[in-house]
Design a protein around this ligand. Sequence first.
Ligand code: DON
Length: 310
Amino acid sequence: MSSNPCLASVVAEIADEVGRMTERGDVARYIPELAHVDPRQFGMVVVDADGRVFAAGDSDTPFSIQSISKVFTLTMALGMIGDRLWQRVGREPSGNPFNSIVQLELERGVPRNPFINAGAIAVTDVIVASHQPREAIGEILRFLQSLAADRRIVIDKTVADSEKRTGFRNTALANYMKSFGVIERPVEFTLGVYFHQCAIAMSCRQLATAARYLAFGGADPATGRAVVTSERARRINALMLTCGHYDGSGDFAYKVGLPGKSGVGGGIIAVAPNTASIAVWSPGLDRAGNSLLGQFALERLVKRTGWSIF
Ligand code: DON
């Protein structure tokens, strides 16, 4: 699959190229705390099968992972209740913005997929199931710390509070799903955990490390530690490919051709199966809420390496 590129120079050249771009997109403003982030930042990290790390730019700067957290909570919820999860969440692209409510009424409160906000809130509800919200948040954070092999990962409380104060749409989505019985726990418990998981701050290095299990058949090749079965990793990757960029998922598949998940903090994780785990970050977003230069960097990377799965 790989044309054996010199990854160190490929990554450095992409960072240079991104640095020269003038169109950088707009930072997310609907979460007030994210509106202050400097849009000139860019980071990129590639971790290969031997655990070698190729980094460029602001690769160690923590940023708000936002919807990228949904991949990890999906992994946890599948570990807890397995395929029963699919009674509460679908597996189809929505073709609508990530915070849309329109399909919920027609589809009896069952969200289209686990990556739109409604779907992710339903997934988080599964994690909250037998826990107090504080314990559930702790469990999500510890899962990420162990995947990234880095205990320094923390939740940015200011971002969580900012989102809680202004999260009227998410509150509407959660209440609406509750009316259909799709949310089982008190809405404020589930939303509290959801806002905190989105406010976890991680760097590209930490995210690319954490996502290795998805790139390498469910296990971290460096340690051999299995996180999920290879079948489950394959299925999570399928969902990232079809739904990971919301109504920009088709375009991402067309241009990049890798399973990936974006967040409105400007981060994207992507996996080149059996080859590499990748994280990019640039806070400016396109109209679908996906990092403009993050997508550009990934497009350049697959062009140089031949890593597209197509
Ligand atoms: O719930 C929200 O709207 C945010 N915490 C997460 C949305 C998000 O990251 C969408 N991604 N591109």
